[in-house]
Design a protein around this ligand. Structure first.
Ligand code: HEM
Length: 394
């Protein structure tokens, strides 16, 4: 006999909740191990133990029909919306192209871009005020990612609006969704549609590698096209926000910046800890394929569920002093990159970007201090700063 699943009386996707997403998600996690969102007809789990075991068990928590699933949305329906065995073949194409070995060839170019960017900020002098999103993390990722994918220069200014649109399609069709869609406009959709076509990609690029896999018969040409769009959307804002959050963490925990400056090999640990401390992905959706019992509550077969990465990464049952950004914390197993068959396939690329950007940042910046209010990214499933004003000392 299942205990009745408690209903949460807060709309976790309202404007106000999105502005306070961490507090809202923490409250949901502590409310009950299994929580129903009556307005959404979705069941959430947010405790580390349950989220990680759910992500591991793809047969029970299938990806083939996620909450708010709309087959007509602009979001590409491939890979994230498949289970094995279909998922396995497509994923291996992407995994080969994004292997640490393939990515290591990019290290020098990334370092040059990061050094040039931080150098330009340094040239503006001590105490310069910048937006750590627009002027640091976005300036870097929005340059190296389309370069790597082989996208044309023209139209790259649409990347941010494209990201907003794709993230919006992962959540409910509420007011925020409609506001995002209204702000996007046809030119953004036209750009994204054209940019991922074979004729517009540079030879030797990551984007072209998808079409070459199609030439070898590993995937279809239609799938290659979708994969370029998936890479463009999955790799952009996640990395922008994790890098920006690392800068925010250095401003709130100056001792941790000092630690990394003294021991540069801690740069990757700082990036991973940024991801645990404040994860850019609030949750991922799945559908329950059978009745699932969690702590005496039974989620019925067919129920759409949200597995809350960010709340699990701050679960005090798992993490000591979770609000503390601690680059020496043993944070292996955090869920910021997901877990199980869909765990992030772009991890090696994200790490390489972190090496370059946070490496240059921590080499040159001695102190970073807040310079105004942080503006949140107004989206339902993603989470993080949209504007992060800081002063930099060199
Ligand atoms: C810090 C940066 C990043 C974060 C936080 C992140 C986060 C995630 C998460 C949480 C998932 C799992 C989603 C789920 O289970 O439903 C995922 C999957 C994925 N990520 Fe990332 N990601 C990052 C960077 C990247 C990059 C740089 C790329 C590509 C170059 C990428 C491509 C993908 C793809 C294609 C998937 C789907 C994998 C699959 O379904 O098997 N990500 N990512």
């Amino acid at each position: 006999m299942s205990k009745p699943i408690p209903e949460f009386d807060i709309d976790i996707f309202s404007h106000e909740s999105v502005r306070n997403a961490n507090a809202v998600d923490d409250r949901l996690r502590e409310f009950s191990p299994v929580v129903r969102l009556p307005g959404e007809n979705v069941t959430m789990i947010a405790r580390f133990e349950h989220v990680s075991s759910g992500l591991r068990d793809w047969k029970t928590f299938s990806s083939t029909s996620r909450p708010w699933h709309d087959p007509n949305s602009v979001r590409p329906e491939l890979l994230l919306t498949d289970d094995p065995p279909k998922h396995t073949g497509v994923r291996s194409v992407v995994a080969n192209a994004l292997s640490p070995q393939a990515m290591s060839q990019m290290a020098e170019a990334f370092r040059a871009d990061a050094d040039a960017l931080i150098g330009r900020l340094k040239a503006q002098g001590d105490g310069v005020q910048v937006d750590a999103v627009a002027d640091i993390s976005q300036a870097f990722v929005y340059k190296v990612l389309p370069d790597l994918l082989g996208l044309p220069e023209a139209g790259r200014e649409h990347l941010s609006a494209f990201g907003n649109m794709v993230w919006a399609t992962m959540g409910p069709m509420n007011t925020l969704f409609h506001e995002t869609m209204a702000a996007t406009g046809q030119p953004v959709i036209d750009w994204a549609t054209d940019a991922c076509k074979r004729d517009n990609l540079l030879p030797g690029s990551l984007g072209m590698a998808m079409y070459e896999a199609a030439d070898r018969g590993e995937i279809t040409t239609d799938e290659a096209y979708l994969l370029v769009g998936i890479l463009l959307s999955a790799a952009a804002d996640t990395t922008v926000i994790t890098l920006a959050n690392a800068v925010r963490a250095f401003s709130e925990f100056p001792d941790q910046l000092e630690l990394v400056r003294n021991e540069p090999k801690l740069v990757r640990a700082a990036f991973e800890e940024s991801l645990r401390w404040d994860s850019p992905s609030r949750m991922a959706g799945r559908i329950a394929m059978r009745d699932v019992e969690i702590d005496g509550y039974v989620i019925p077969a067919g129920e759409r569920c949200g597995l809350m990465f960010a709340a699990a990464n701050r679960d005090p049952r798992k993490w000591t002093d979770p609000e503390r950004f601690d680059v020496r914390r043993p944070n292996t197993g955090h869920l910021g990159f997901g877990f199980g068959v869909h765990a992030c396939v772009g991890r090696a690329l994200a790490m390489l970007e972190a090496d370059a950007l946070l490496g240059a940042f921590t080499r040159h910046v001695t102190r970073v201090t807040p310079a105004g209010a942080v503006e949140p990214w107004m989206t339902t499933i993603g989470h993080g700063p949209a504007k992060l004003p800081v002063h930099l000392q060199f």
